[in-house]
Design a protein around this ligand. Structure first.
Ligand code: ADP
Ligand code: ASP
Ligand code: MG
Length: 409
């Protein structure tokens, strides 16, 4: 007997008919002889609506209360899903993060999973039930409700697939797979059949909102294949899996853009050992997540350090930078808000040259100014003005001919 973990995103459970459709998929898998876990997100735009409501009430709502509020969204959809399965004559039970023992750290709104106790789920399997788990939520050691960050129902699904030792985790969404870039921005985006964990991890962290990046980390670590597919059709989607040799033949697999960023530049720091360590210790203590760190030394011998943060961390980061400026007697803290980041990703970059030149050439031709550049072994990112973001993405997509089937595939 097999085990299926199926995750349904917000659009896939947006109304009663869609909930019934998702329920039918799970029932089909169950009657084919599998144990079935469904991980379900809040209906449609519920989470966005709850956030707006909180913002109407308070300028800075306590994060604990935000988690209390946001987790109600998933509680609605899991109970309705269980009712849909019951109404179709099958057995199901809905469970919250707390009820399945999904233990997280205590960082509200971006908690990380520490442990999952799969016993409860296994007991429910023994009773012949389809288990419906609320995505995106957990509890910390003291029983406080936490959430795992926007879009993190994917991560709940992959974490469950890992502890239950599933071979595949199915992610049902409103697109029929992973595309070379966001099809909402570039209509020529092409569906990818197979992509490596590392490439998808980069794409997801760099703005491809189709998957939560920590979900890919779980998939990679525990060797669970991820099948991203449409909840509206039966067509095969995209498989996210281990890298195989041929993947290196494709130089660039995809492009992504992230718009919700701000860049901090600390000007005139002492150029002495321990400054960066101290600076980022402050940042870490406040649970601020930073990226794109660049440090240079100017002609007067001072260090200048820049990095990006997501908007959700902006207010906190401003406070931290003021602390840091005073402590190190830095000349100035500059905050450029907003900025965007456009990136290309591909494992083939390791063995091919000319990628940077092609990317910068495409941006130059599109008259997009580059404010900073960061690279890793398999990606190149440029910090640009958000008003150029879509144009830049389209220019890069065209330059790397991502709309065409790769020649060597
Ligand atoms: P769900 O609610 O099912 O989790 P999301 O909205 O989180 O769905 O993710 C699906 C959306 O991700 C798509 O509608 C698409 O616009 C967007 N997206 C961004 N980048 C990509 C990409 N590279 N491939 C496919 N979809 C993408
Ligand atoms: N409902 C949550 C969100 O909108 C989690 C998810 O959908 O993955 O962010
Ligand atoms: Mg999502």
């Amino acid at each position: 007997m097999g085990l299926m973990v199926m995750k349904f995103g917000g659009t896939s459970v947006a109304d009663a008919e869609r909930i019934r459709r998702a329920a039918r998929r799970a029932i089909k898998a169950k009657t084919a002889g599998n144990d079935v876990v469904m991980v379900v997100s809040a209906m449609g735009k519920t989470t966005d609506k709850l956030i707006s409501l909180a913002e109407e009430i308070s300028e800075s709502p306590p994060q604990r209360e935000m988690d209390m509020l946001l987790t109600t969204g998933e509680q609605v959809s899991i109970s309705l899903m269980a009712m849909a399965i019951d109404a179709a004559g099958h057995q199901a039970i809905s469970l919250t993060g707390g009820q399945i023992g999904l233990l997280t750290d205590a960082v509200h709104m971006k908690a990380r999973i520490q442990k999952i106790d799969a016993d409860r789920i296994r007991q429910e399997f023994k009773q012949g039930r389809i288990v419906i788990v609320a995505g995106f939520q957990g509890v910390d050691e003291s029983g406080e409700i936490t959430t795992l960050g926007r879009g993190a129902s994917d991560t709940t699904a992959l974490a469950l697939a890992a502890v239950l030792k599933a071979k595949v985790c199915e992610i049902y969404t409103d697109v029929d797979g992973i595309y070379t870039t966001d099809p909402r921005i570039e209509e020529k985006a092409r569906k990818i059949d197979k992509i490596s964990y590392d490439e998808m991890l980069e794409l997801a962290s760099l703005g491809a909102g189709v998957m939560h990046s920590r979900a890919i980390e779980f998939g990679k670590k525990y060797n669970v294949e991820i099948h991203v597919r449409s909840s509206f059709t039966d067509t095969k989607g995209t498989i996210i899996t281990k890298e195989v040799e041929q993947m290196e033949d494709i130089v660039v697999s995809g492009a992504a853009v992230k718009k919700d960023l701000a860049q901090f530049i600390l000007v005139g720091l002492p150029n002495t050992p321990g400054i960066a360590a101290n600076l980022f210790a402050h940042v870490a203590r406040h649970d601020v997540v930073v990226d794109d760190i660049i440090q240079t030394v100017d002609e007067s011998g001072n260090a200048n350090t820049s990095f990006t943060v997501e908007h959700s961390d902006l207010a906190e980061c401003k406070l931290v930078m003021e602390e840091v400026r005073k402590e190190f007697n830095a000349k100035e803290v500059v905050c450029i808000d907003p900025v965007a980041k456009v990136s290309v990703v591909g494992v083939g970059m390791r063995s091919h040259t000319g990628v940077a030149q092609k990317m910068f050439g495409a941006l130059a031709q599109a008259q997009v100014n580059i404010n900073a550049i960061t690279t890793s072994e398999i990606k190149i990112s440029c910090i640009i003005d958000p008003s150029d973001a879509n144009k830049a993405l389209q220019a890069i997509h065209a330059a790397f001919e991502l709309d065409k089937e790769p020649k060597d595939a």
